[in-house]
Write a protein that binds this ligand. Structure first.
Ligand code: PEP
Ligand code: MN
Length: 371
């Protein structure tokens, strides 16, 4: 046995001062935010002058042009108290307002009109409700192509399918990975349907973005802030599912992470929350749909498949979602649900999906929208 050391020596190294990363510097008051409202008819030079003055203060202006008004949103821990007043004297500026909600860029205070996210020409938000359909997981070429054809035939405007699957048990099917992405791209080629697929880690964002049209952030990852920033940086459409136990405010703050990267293309998705109820997989929170539509300008869609966990409950809840003001739906459809490798019990077969579509159109019409 080696002898016990009798003396210990502590080596003191000079400590370099910590480097402050500005992203993480927040004042005790929290992040400040304001809107600079431009006068109707203000021109680009006037807008540019405001943006440049903000840059002098190391602040980024988010320009939001609307049919009725153009505003510049400013979020930052370091908005000098005098800046608001200073900007109000700029030519072309009508007024400056404080944003009172904790989320800023996604709030309706910043942008009263609805954001429309364009996915290869399919518009999410606005008058027309979208239907995204497809299997929980991509399982084979035949399975995804058959499903894509069937859902397109029935009137769906996008195809869903997971290649990277977050599963509660590590022993269950976790997706085909890149092969699944290639099969989705093939299905898009054959049907023209844009594809929605999940990305689970910041490392996979580049790979998934090469194939997907919409990057899905799963419920379990709603608060993976590095992932949110990474998908924000792609500028691509992002489908942000609500976390299993997330409040509406937390959900909107997660959307803020994406938009703060300069990516306004966020689609929110209510997919049911955990409650005391065990008769259904989750409790679909339609309050959240109607409330989120008021609080944010981002489109809000509903996933009645995960929201209920039962195929026969998905159609009535899909209809209720459209009635509650949802901008669309994402529904699991499998050609042979009994043999699905994930979520078969909540997947519609193509016949039941096709039967649902005209009913959705009728409800949409009843609330002044179309499908
Ligand atoms: C899915 O869409 O298949 C999925 C895993 O959804 P969620 O993240 O809402 O559970
Ligand atoms: Mn699923």
């Amino acid at each position: 046995m080696s002898p016990q050391p009798t003396t210990t020596r502590t080596v003191l190294r000079p400590v370099s001062p910590p480097v402050l990363d500005q992203r993480f510097v927040v004042t005790g008051e929290g992040v400040e935010a304001m809107i600079v409202v431009m006068q109707t008819g203000s021109n680009d030079t006037q807008i540019q002058a405001v943006i440049e003055r903000l840059e002098e203060h190391h602040l980024r202006g988010h320009l939001v042009r609307g049919a009725e008004r153009t505003v510049i949103g400013v979020v930052g821990a370091a908005i000098p108290p005098t800046l608001r007043e200073e900007l109000e004297h700029f030519s072309g500026v009508k007024e400056t307002l404080r944003i009172t909600q904790p989320y800023k860029l996604v709030s309706r205070e910043l942008r009263p009109i609805d954001t429309v996210v364009d996915v290869r020409g399919v518009k999410v938000g606005g008058n027309r409700c979208v239907v995204i359909a497809g299997p929980c997981s991509v399982e084979s070429e035949e399975q995804i192509i058959t499903t894509a054809r069937a859902v397109r035939e029935a009137g769906a405007s996008m195809l869903r399918g997971g290649a990277f699957k977050p599963r509660s048990s590590p022993y269950t099917f976790r997706g085909l990975g890149e092969l699944g992405l290639r099969l989705l791209a093939q299905a898009r080629e054959e049907t023209g349907l844009p594809i929605v697929t999940e990305v689970m880690t910041p490392n996979d964002v580049d790979l998934v973005a090469r194939y997907a049209d919409v990057l899905q952030i799963g419920a379990r990852n709603m608060q993976n802030y590095q992932l949110l920033e990474e998908v924000g940086r792609t500028g691509m459409p992002v489908l942000l599912k609500r976390g299993l136990s997330a409040t509406i405010e937390e959900w909107l703050l997660s959307a803020e992470y994406v938009v703060a990267q300069g990516n306004p293309n966020v689609i929110l998705c209510e997919r049911g929350i955990r409650t005391f109820e065990t008769a259904t997989r989750n409790t679909l929170d339609l309050n959240a749909v109607a409330l989120a539509r008021r609080r944010t300008h981002l489109p809000v869609i509903v996933d009645p498949s995960h929201g209920t966990g039962k195929w026969y409950l998905a159609p009535p809840l899909a209809l209720a979602s459209i009635a509650a003001g949802a901008d669309g739906l994402i529904i699991e459809v499998h050609p042979d649900p009994d043999r699905a490798r994930s979520d078969g019990g909540q997947s519609l077969n193509p016949e039941n999906f096709a039967a649902l579509m005209p009913k959705l159109a009728a409800v949409a019409a009843a609330v002044g929208r179309s499908l």
